[in-house]
Ligand binder design. Sequence first.
Ligand SMILES: [Zn+2]
Length: 125
Amino acid sequence: MHEMAVTQSIFSTVLDYAEKNDASRVLKVNLKIGKITGVVGDCVKFYFEVMSKGTLAEGARLEIEEVVTKARCYSCGQEFEIKDNFDLVCPNCSNFGAEILSGKELFIESIEIERNLVENQNRAD
Ligand SMILES: [Zn+2]
């Protein structure tokens, strides 16, 4: 799957942010992953752990929120949750075809870092 490429871009964003903000380490990364993206959270966690070894992000906790896929029927306007990515049949009117409303998300919601205050004070002196 494409988890490795996805994790690579998440990782570089996190590291970039940590470096720009004088972080001593990254504590936590909150991610939102839409189910329809097909990205497996556990794979992202695994790759992140591997990539972050020896960096500011080593040991950071990855919090992944999976967003369910919601769609609106083209025919009757009924909103429903898609359990299977290929099942776009409306439960109300049985029409096939719906607009995807949510679940395509794939982004970093927030990053929590720890700043090394002592080191910063020494540097100021
Ligand atoms: Zn319908």
